[in-house]
Design a protein around this ligand. Sequence first.
Ligand code: ACO
Length: 146
Amino acid sequence: MLPEGYSIREVKASDHLPYLESLKVLTTVGEISKSQFEELVEYWKKNEVYHPHVVANEKDEVVATGMLLIERKAIHECGLVGHIEDISVAGHQQGKKLGYNMICTLAEKAKQAGCYKVILDCSPHNVEFYEKCGFKNDGTEMVKRF
Ligand code: ACO
């Protein structure tokens, strides 16, 4: 259960600055103008792969982010796989179960969409958090950066 006054919803074009501010807890975001952000949100909304979510506070301001991508595969009879990305809870909002609720919501959406599994990559220091969200450590992440 989310704390009183908080809710999970899809991102809106008007979320520009608080959305970017919440994401900065995760990594470098850089400069993204209002119009670039509006274009991005429009792109996400038109493309059925992207399901960008936020946790909003009682003033409807974004305090956490989370993205679900749904991949359509050939294997498993054209099976669907959910990918969770860009989970980030604003520093002063951490420890209120917002991250937990975001993960549970995205995982449930993946299940409802017909995905046979939902996966994510994370740092070793977040393994325990994801285990508390019902995930298990199931492999090794590989990366080639450009
Ligand atoms: N290690 C161990 N346990 C943790 C951690 C952690 N890093 N973070 C939270 N927990 C525990 C909490 O203590 C709580 O335990 P409890 O149920 O026994 O009380 C439980 O996990 C749920 O915690 P929440 O309050 O939901 O955690 P929060 O809202 O603070 O979100 C998060 C956790 C997302 C890791 C947040 O701290 C954050 O944004 N960190 C910085 C960005 C980041 O690392 N994001 C994840 C990237 S991976 C990805 O995007 C797929």
